[in-house]
Design a protein around this ligand. Sequence first.
Ligand code: SLL
Length: 174
Amino acid sequence: NKRIRSLQISRPVVIGNTARAITPEEREKDATIPPTHTHRWTISVRSPSPQRAESSYDEGCEGIHDEGLSTWLRRVQIRLHDTYKDNNRTLDKPPFVVSETGWGEFEVVIRLHFPSEAGERPMVLHHMLKLHPWNVTSSIPRDDGLPPTVHSWQYDEIVFSDPHESFFHLLTCN
Ligand code: SLL
């Protein structure tokens, strides 16, 4: 499995979270929500082109040429604050998403695993889970009466240097 020297190829990824306050009605309906938990949140690792990514999740290189994550991303591990039960969550296929309730913000450690032919070590990214709105654009009002959803996203490009030939072919669907 030869490496292609002095070549760099990158793939875009978006990581982040949405969150909103738990309403008294929700709490009444769902007795499993701990009384200390004030927010509902979702962390995800996704492709910047969600419509295309969704349709191509299972297609890999057999389908249309796409930017689906699952072609080059085989596993995502999401490590939550250790106040969470089973705080190491492993996701073996898209959607790479973890939803929880909680009361506090903390740094989420995200480990990306690549296909074995890539010969790449897992890559570690960090995301600060955000629950509280801090500016006008981070909190988008809703029209269904639920509390506004807070968004916090970051765009990243995963760079593969001197990629293995077979991994390069996988990335480019050749
Ligand atoms: C800190 N920011 O670094 C704080 C930690 C931890 C949040 C916040 C769930 C805990 C539970 C939860 O919201 N943890 O289920 O009891 O010290």
